[in-house]
Design a protein around this ligand. Structure first.
Ligand code: ADP
Length: 717
């Protein structure tokens, strides 16, 4: 019930840092000048009029015209309830909230706040406007289908067509149709012209076009296909730096790894450029950055230096940085794609659409004429790039969305108010996964387990793991592992070309991973993290830092894992509180039990372990039942298992297809393993299993008697 939710939010209430009001107001007054020049600001009255007159308004405006920052602010003075502004990406939600709180003259987390996974910087009573990820709003819909605490829902970046945005739009339509909230205002904002879809969906809602000023952008292509993308990017950046007059660069690469590589090379070269050339300040921009790194991109660089922002797709429409005159476009992006035949979702690098390429180019022409350098040929642009990006719902995993809809009592999923239908096959595959996980019963009804999964904001597989771990009494170590899994790039790759260093690091890692060496990567994570937690207890963090450095672990990553660990613990407590299947005394008992499992271990109470409780390597001696930990994981990743063959190869249980252990795994090159469970599938030259654990055939038999029978059939043994 709602009091539980408020309790929960209160625990995360953000303490504003000590800026005084006068200082905040001074800053806001200063920013007002720039705000007034934004196209949206100049149409304020007209925009307010449209919103006043209509329940649903579609607003289209060039990226950077001020939609996300200004329109919600216009509504604040007259809004009796909260205003929610959804963002597909957490990085954008955080950055917008920070900016708008400054413009509004309040501290972040007071009148203006944000809520993203693992971090709620808002106050249930004080906050008037909240930027939140679409996933967070969807959770609120689950708790209250009429969204009673909001006066206005603004769907931003609707053109991105993420699954969650699509679902929210579907629900908003239900609210409109039900006529239960005639006072609820709905604003759909998009950066691209093809917004007719939204208008049509909402019974021909009016579309408001906001003209922004744009300048011409000249286009340059490469004649042929690029061999090494990062290398070509760096060369092009240096070329632009050498030949083009003043102005900053915005470069698009597909993912974090390429970006980090590119930034580190540039920052090295950038120091050694000839005197007559501007020196380069290279800055990364992707979702996993912390807020200090994010705000770095907005800062001006000293005269005579050139800012080079290397970004993922996030800079295509979500985040606008002024001063950009040159864009370099790799023509690629990473998308999460669902492969029906594999039953796994993977991150794939794919070509962008023509529409995206145009958006990216447009970033160079916001303040004056600019240039775009496309790292592909004009022929590729015209003949190979699709006109539009496929909406996510058509290519992705819809397990959680399907569970959400099921839970909300929508039985006929095939005919629900989908903004765009995901296709029968996706729906059926999601239903079948939910059934395998035990979230749906034989009649297709949501089970008690399914109820629990649906309130946890985690991939359903991981939720299942945590819930079983709780039953098995191993929630502590499993939460530790899950926290590490939720951090990107925790265990860093040792540079591929330096085999000697790689072997050396692997060897050193093994000495901190006694269980992991035989049981695989999940147990290694547990051991590494346990060791880290011991080190970080000390007053001085330098030992933890140098340990991370020595073993190629991300110190920041582990610190983040600590935060996530606290959050997961809270989510589990929250899940129990929300669990309508439990009687009050059972809830209490469960919560006590949970605290014992999670806090009973040494980490969260600050009393350090005495020496005789520690082993030589400093990790806690208290033994963990590895089999219970791995069996808990098996409950969630049952279909990600493969049986060992006599020749050391593996065959996927469900399909019989061959798969190999990835060289990055602790289990690489080991023999005598019955079967493996893996959390990730990558396909390069062949199929690889990443993040592997050794599991016993008896466990598979125990966890799912059908699976082994099925695998015998598919492997043909
Ligand atoms: P739109 O939603 O139409 O793309 P925005 O409202 O996001 O436009 O951006 C309006 C202006 O505010 C842009 O010029 C952008 O550079 C600026 N801006 C947005 N966020 C920040 C921030 N965190 N720091 C500095 N400037 C920002």
């Amino acid at each position: 019930d709602s009091s539980d939710v408020e309790d929960y939010e209160m625990t995360n209430f953000f303490q504003p840092h000590g800026k005084n009001k006068a200082e905040l107001v001074r800053k806001a007054t200063e920013l007002l000048k720039a705000r007034k020049t934004l196209p949206v600001f100049q149409h304020k009255d007209q925009i307010l009029h449209y919103i006043e007159e209509n329940q649903v308004t579609v607003i289209i405006g060039e990226t950077g015209s001020g939609k996300s920052t200004q329109i919600p602010q216009f509504l604040m003075p007259n809004s009796k309830k909260q205003i929610a502004v959804t963002q597909p990406r957490r990085v954008a939600a955080v950055s917008l909230a920070a900016r708008v709180s400054e413009e509004y003259g309040c501290s972040l987390g007071s009148e203006v706040g944000y809520q993203v996974r693992f971090s709620n910087v808002s106050h249930p009573k004080v906050t008037k406007m909240k930027y939140l990820t679409d996933g967070m709003l969807l959770r609120e819909i689950m708790i209250d289908q009429e969204l009673k605490k909001y006066s206005t829902i603004v769907i931003d970046e609707a053109h991105e067509r993420t699954i969650l945005t699509d679902l929210i739009i579907g629900f908003l339509k239900q609210i409109v149709l039900s006529k239960k909230r005639p006072d609820l205002k709905i604003i759909v904002m998009s950066a691209t012209l093809n917004a007719e879809l939204f208008s049509r969906f909402f019974n021909h809602a009016p579309i408001l076009y906001i003209e922004g000023k744009t300048y011409p952008v000249s286009k340059y292509y490469l004649p042929e296909k690029v061999e090494d993308l990062v290398d070509t990017m760096i060369r092009t950046i240096l070329h632009v730096n050498m030949t083009e007059p003043e102005g900053d660069l915005l470069c698009f690469l597909p993912g974090q790894e390429e970006i980090d590589n590119c930034v580190s090379v540039l920052n090295q070269i950038g120091q050694q450029l000839p005197k007559d050339m501007p020196s380069i300040v290279a800055l990364p921009l992707y979702a996993a950055l912390n807020s200090a790194q994010q705000s770095a991109i907005f800062q001006k660089v000293p005269h005579g230096k050139r800012k080079v922002i290397i970004a993922t797709n996030v800079a295509e429409t979500s985040i606008t940085v002024s001063g950009v005159k040159y864009v370099i476009d790799s023509g690629l992006r990473k998308v999460k794609a669902w492969r029906h035949q594999l039953g796994l979702s993977t991150l794939l690098t794919t070509p962008i659409s023509q529409a995206s390429a145009k958006q990216r180019a447009g970033r160079a022409g916001r303040e004056c004429p600019g240039k775009v350098f496309r790292l592909y040929s004009e022929d590729v642009f015209l003949k190979q790039l699709p006109k539009e990006q496929e909406p996510e719902i058509v290519r992705n995993d819809i397990i959680l969305p399907v569970l959400t809809l099921k839970k909300l009592g929508i039985d006929d999923l095939l005919t629900w108010s989908w903004l765009e239908h995901p296709g029968e096959q996706s729906i059926i595959s999601a239903l079948s996964t939910l059934y395998t996980l035990g979230a749906l019963n034989d009649n297709g009804e949501v089970t008690a387990l399914g109820q629990k999964i649906s309130v946890l904001p985690l991939p359903p597989q991981l939720s299942v793991v945590l819930l079983h771990a709780f039953e098995n009494g191993v929630l502590g170590p499993v939460i530790d592992i899950a926290s590490c899994l939720s951090v990107d790039n925790l265990i860093l790759n040792v540079s591929g070309n330096n085999a000697e260093l790689r072997d050396d690091v692997n060897f050193r890692r093994q000495s901190y991973s006694l269980m992991g060496t035989s049981m695989g990567d999940l147990m290694s994570l547990y051991e590494f993290f346990s060791h880290f937690k011991e080190l970080i207890k000390k007053k001085d963090s330098s030992e933890a830092k140098s340990w991370c450095k020595e073993l190629f672990f991300s110190f920041r990553g582990f610190k983040n894992a600590l935060k996530i660990r606290t959050q997961l613990k809270e989510y589990m407590l929250f899940g129990i509180k929300q669990d309508s299947w439990l009687k009050p005394h059972e809830k209490e008992q469960h919560m006590r039990n949970l605290r014992v499992q999670v806090e009973g271990d040494s980490i969260s109470n600050d009393t350090a372990l005495s020496d005789d409780e520690l082993t030589d390597t400093g990790s806690p001696k208290r033994s963990v039942d590895t089999s219970l930990v791995l069996k808990s994981f098996l409950k969630g990743y049952l279909t990600n298992t493969a049986i060992g063959m006599p020749d050391r190869s593996y065959r996927i249980c469900t399909t019989g297809m061959p798969i190999s252990i990835h060289p990055s795994s602790m289990l690489f090159g080991k023999s005598g393993i019955d079967a493996i469970m893996y959390l990730e599938y990558v396909y390069t030259s062949k199929s690889y299993a990443r993040n592997c654990s050794a599991v016993k055939l008896e466990w598979l038999q125990e966890v799912s008697p059908n699976l082994l029978a099925q695998s015998k059939e598919s492997i043909g043994d």
